[in-house]
Design a protein around this ligand. Structure first.
Ligand code: SAM
Length: 315
């Protein structure tokens, strides 16, 4: 197996402060000059495509906060060999950006949304922005950034009561909802919030009857199901209860140019320095091959990397 999917983080800045992702104590951010420049990113992506990458997802932090992000997307969408260029966002700025993203070449959008009620949203994110996110999703649909996937991290005692609300939301708005298990990636072994997707499925099936599995999409880490008699497609991403390392086809690049073989791995391979030293195809191939070799060893055991939250890695 060789990865063909690169998750590209363009910033670690975010306009939400989800307590499990970007808590107060972790809010020391990179300076803008520490980020890879657009020229460095597009040069690297070109070399990565030569190596075998075909899909590049823009993420962060909140990617829509990176200055002139539309310009970067235009540069990337012009690279021959990229077949899919999606973006993952919290949706706060989507209302403003969706048409621009579509025009620049973004293929589709995933929106992270953990609560459908204003109080719950504010409790999780620290910001009263639910209205903006919901408007952003509507505008993204209109702009044709579909299919839109809504990613929900289910947290015990926080939003577990909203699972059926999310299903109704999906049905009403023709969206794909994916339930994601909380991962203790920051090394704090904070497991109090963990809520298994087996339980999520049980809650849905009690109301809607048996879910019908849909065959895996190649390389997908989500298991998809259908609710009978409806058009609703649901996804379950279960890194803890049903690890999917054998299916995972992705590498990650942080905003400062560190290549990570796996979300849970401590290994970071610096790409920025070789890029600055005019690395070409051959040098980059050696580094990507090294990441791949590490990846094939499988996920390291917890506890995961200390003091690294998802917003710093590029979730
Ligand atoms: N700002 C963008 C967004 O909100 O989609 C991209 C970055 S955000 C880090 C990506 C995703 O990681 C979000 O869906 C967030 O809920 C998820 N995430 C963050 N910490 C997580 C954790 N410990 N376990 C599982 N998912 C997590």
């Amino acid at each position: 197996m060789k990865a063909n999917y690169l998750r590209l983080s363009v910033t670690d800045h975010c306009n939400l402060s989800c307590f499990y992702c970007r808590p107060f104590e972790a809010m020391r951010h990179l300076k803008r000059e520490e980020f890879l420049s657009f020229e460095e990113i597009s040069h690297l992506v070109r070399l990565a495509v030569d190596w075998g990458i075909r899909k590049v997802r823009i993420t962060g932090g909140e990617p829509l906060l990176r200055n002139n992000i539309v310009e970067l997307i235009e540069m990337l969408s012009g690279i021959e060999g990229i077949r899919d260029l999606p973006i993952t966002t919290n949706g706060v700025k989507l209302e403003e950006f969706a048409p621009l993203l579509k025009k620049a070449g973004v293929s589709r959008v995933n929106v992270s949304l953990d609560s459908l009620n204003r109080k719950g949203f504010t409790r999780i994110t620290g910001q009263d922005n639910l209205g903006q996110v919901l408007r952003g999703i509507k505008v993204a649909k209109k702009a044709g950034l579909e299919p839109i996937k809504i990613n929900v991290v289910v947290l015990k005692g926080i939003n577990e009561g909203e699972i059926l609300d999310f299903i109704n939301f999906a049905l009403e708005n023709n969206l794909i909802i994916r339930f994601i298990e909380y991962m203790p990636t920051n090394g704090l072994e904070q497991n109090d919030w963990y809520f298994s997707n087996f339980r999520v499925k049980e809650i849905i099936e009690r109301k809607w009857g048996s879910l019908e599995p849909i065959p895996f999409f190649a390389g997908s880490v989500a298991r998809y199901c259908k609710i009978d008699d409806t058009k609703a497609v649901l996804g379950f991403i279960s890194p803890i209860s049903q690890p999917f390392c054998h299916q995972c086809n992705r590498l990650r690049l942080t905003a400062t140019g560190k290549l990570k073989p796996c979300l849970a791995s401590n290994l970071e391979i610096d790409i920025r320095k070789p890029l600055g030293e005019k690395a070409g195809k051959h040098e980059i191939k050696i580094l990507f091959d090294l990441a791949m070799k590490e990846k094939l060893k499988g996920r390291p055991e917890p506890p995961y990397q200390r003091n690294k939250y998802m917003f710093q890695i590029g979730g």
